[in-house]
Design a protein. Structure first.
Length: 204
């Protein structure tokens, strides 16, 4: 499929118009945006001390619906953390674009399958339903992740919107074999949403 063409080709197409009826799909693809800017002002999550997360999916870049892909751009400041979470409906390929940090990936069975320092130029694959956490190094940490769903979703394990917040304290205590006080700390340990600012005195 080609977008546009010479005048002669266009006249020929018009001449065949009575013999062929298009479905509009070619015009749809030709008119779709292929680029999407992600300035800091458009971030979905912003923490002035931690960084920002920006998501690009079929809602703000419609052609991704046909490609069945979405993307996430992350910027973490010095020693900040992207809350532990898992991809609910997509695999993810993470490309580190700047800085350095640490990535931990845990399988759905609780097995640590990756726990290493990473830096610019590396590519990491995060399978669906595997928990992942990212922590920036002293130079900060930036990445872009490509996900195999036009509207990829995540579920957080920590933070103000995490799944832990919705569970009763007694359920958490019994599930993890901890006291009610420890379960309370687990539920309310972080008041930030997705990007956690570094603890005072934290070191990489």
């Amino acid at each position: 499929m080609a977008c546009g063409g010479s005048e002669e080709e266009e006249r020929e197409e018009r001449g065949r118009g009575s013999r062929r009826s298009g479905n509009g799909l070619e015009e749809t693809f030709c008119s779709m945006r292929l680029k999407h800017r992600t300035p800091a002002s458009s971030a979905d999550v912003f923490n002035p001390r931690g960084g920002r997360i920006t998501t690009v999916n079929s809602f703000n870049l419609p052609i991704l619906q046909y490609l069945q892909l979405s993307a996430e751009r992350g910027v973490l400041y010095n020693n900040a953390i992207y809350a532990p979470h898992w991809n609910m409906n997509a695999h993810s390929i993470v490309y580190i674009t700047r800085g350095n940090g640490r990535i931990q990936i845990v399988s759905e069975n609780g097995e640590a399958i990756f726990d290493e320092q990473v830096e610019r130029g590396q590519v990491i694959t995060v399978p669906q339903n595997h928990a992942v956490v990212k922590k920036a190094g002293r130079r900060g940490f930036e990445w872009i992740a490509f996900k195999t769903n036009a509207n990829a979703k995540i579920s957080q394990i920590a933070g103000r919107v995490s799944i832990m917040r919705g569970l009763p304290v007694d359920v958490l205590a019994n599930s993890f074999g901890i006291s009610r006080e420890e379960a309370m700390r687990l539920k309310h340990n972080r008041q930030e949403v997705s990007v956690f600012s570094p603890r005072q005195g934290s070191q990489q």
